[in-house]
Design a protein around this ligand. Structure first.
Ligand code: ACO
Length: 334
């Protein structure tokens, strides 16, 4: 058995910034409400006319990660792409990356696990490396939310939290079994699927039905029971972090950095308080980017690494919760 470690990280967000004040021109909301409930000050949205998409942004982030790993596109053995906002219903974004980066005909899969997407993708890549099947796997999380949001007052409970962006890492084989991904823990509870969902267009509810609907049918916009999701999130985050720490016999006090999925700053703060972590043990950037779903953890990890907050031998805890419901954690010794 081999271990896998992150050897390169990169992220890309569109330049166009949308502040809370900008949103208040589109819908009945205000900076105070958004900051108080979510901590978000601004997000990056792909502007009209841009060629960016989830796959395009993912490719941009991937190029940086591959270069920082000291590799070339030809060294990558496999692609795992996490997104809830793929460019197409099918095929997935992973195969687009293979083409966009002009890679050999390596395998590529998409992971459709929403906010937990990056955790699931990282864990998937880790298994391929642990068994010795692949040496270098490209893991990408990317979201193009802004084109699919209800930007009227009707959609304000959901639309204000989401941002566009992409992050990527290269996961590489190492023979040092003390370093890299120590464990991953993945969970789901499908009975709550309808609490956070884009219900259509889907094969169950296809376009002609939506168009023919007598009552206004907006099931193509994300629906979220925010309070229910929030309550479940704080419980599941804590459980799955504890599961990871217990498996590795790590005391919560001994972690160096916790990077939660950037769903809501209040969720992150709740978890931080529960574990008694200092501010320097937790990294948040939702204030600047909003919730970029499958991209959020890898964007935050890249930023933290760029700022020198992730050092050799550090214990880094990643955790996420989101639609599905799905949740998970990954424990890393850097
Ligand atoms: N601006 C002003 N008022 C608003 C806004 C807004 N943007 N949005 C909602 N409101 C109003 C509501 O209409 C409601 O008004 P009412 O009391 O008169 O009916 C009031 O504010 C409270 O609304 P709630 O939805 O109860 O607000 P809440 O405090 O729950 O905050 C939020 C909403 C921020 C979305 C929160 O519930 C949350 O963060 N939930 C968890 C999100 C999450 O973790 N998602 C998982 C990841 S996402 C994924 O997997 C895709």
């Amino acid at each position: 058995m081999y271990n896998s470690k992150i050897t390169g990280l990169g992220f890309y967000v569109p330049e166009h910034i949308v502040t809370n004040d900008d949103l208040s021109k589109l819908m009945d909301t205000d900076d105070e409400w958004i900051q108080e409930r979510t901590g978000i000050k601004q997000r990056h949205w792909i502007p009209e006319g841009s060629e960016d998409t989830s796959a395009v942004m993912g490719a941009k982030a991937a190029k940086i990660a591959i270069e920082r790993a000291g590799l070339t596109k030809d060294d990558i053995d496999f692609i795992v792409f996490a997104t809830l906002s793929p460019d197409y219903y099918f095929p997935g974004c992973g195969v687009q990356i293979q083409d966009m980066l002009d890679m050999p005909t390596i395998g590529a899969i998409d992971v459709r696990n929403q906010c937990s997407g990056f955790i699931y993708a990282l864990s998937t890549a880790d298994q391929f490396i642990k068994t010795g099947m692949y040496k270098n796997v490209l893991v990408i999380g990317a979201e193009y939310h802004s084109n699919g949001l209800d930007k009227s007052t009707r959609g304000r409970g959901v639309s204000v939290i989401f941002g566009d962006g992409a992050g990527a890492c290269v996961l590489s084989q190492t023979e040092d079994n003390t370093k890299g991904i120590l464990s991953s823990h993945l969970h789901s509870q499908g009975k709550h699927a309808d609490k956070l969902i884009v219900a259509s267009p889907s094969i169950k509810h296809w376009v002609p039905e939506i168009l023919a609907s007598k009552e206004e049918d907006i099931s193509y916009f994300p629906y979220m029971d925010g309070t229910f999701v929030f309550k479940n999130a704080v419980v599941r985050f804590s459980e799955v972090i504890m599961e990871g720490l217990n498996t590795n016999k790590i005391n919560p006090d001994d972690i160096d950095l916790f990077i939660p999925h950037q769903a809501n700053l209040r969720i992150s703060q709740f978890i931080q308080k529960k574990f008694g972590w200092r501010n320097d043990q937790v990294y948040n950037n939702i204030m600047e980017y909003g919730n970029t779903t499958a991209a959020s953890i890898v964007i935050a990890l890249t930023e933290a690494w760029e700022k020198g907050k992730v050092k050799e031998d550090d214990i880094v805890v990643l955790a996420a919760f989101g639609s599905g419901f799905t949740w998970g954690s990954v424990i890393i010794r850097w």
